[in-house]
Design a protein around this ligand. Structure first.
Ligand SMILES: [Cu+2]
Length: 122
């Protein structure tokens, strides 16, 4: 009887010891809030205009370009090689990848240079 009681005490002591000496709970790493608002960035071309004319996208984000005109258009960065959809035929959709570097990029339609817009990467 005394032995059993002592054994129980030992068990409790061991359990208490092992629980306090166990590996520290690692708190889950805080997940960086992804800016979902800029995901799925989209430019619509309609009536020879870019909509919106000022678009914000995350670095390296995929930007889709919907050409709702019947005429072909492009989204071509003024800065060489920043981005370029090449020709998007009327009614087609194309995508490009936003530059990895934060900044403001002006672009135009290669076919109709009076069509301009701005892509802000941040
Ligand atoms: Cu155009």
């Amino acid at each position: 009887m005394v032995l059993t009681f002592a054994g129980l005490c030992l068990l409790i002591a061991l359990a208490g010891c092992s629980s306090s000496g166990g590996p520290a709970l690692t708190s889950p790493s805080p997940s960086t809030p992804s800016s979902t608002s800029v995901n799925g960035a989209r430019i619509v071309i309609k009536d020879f205009r870019f909509e919106p004319t000022d678009l914000t996208a995350a670095p390296g984000a995929k930007v889709s370009v919907v050409n709702e005109d019947s005429a072909p258009h492009t989204v071509t960065a003024e800065a060489a090689n920043a981005f370029d959809t090449s020709t998007i035929e009327g009614g087609r959709t194309a995508t490009f990848i936003a530059p990895p570097t934060v900044g403001t990029y002006r672009y135009l339609c290669d076919i109709h240079p009076s069509m301009t817009g701005t892509l802000t990467v941040r």
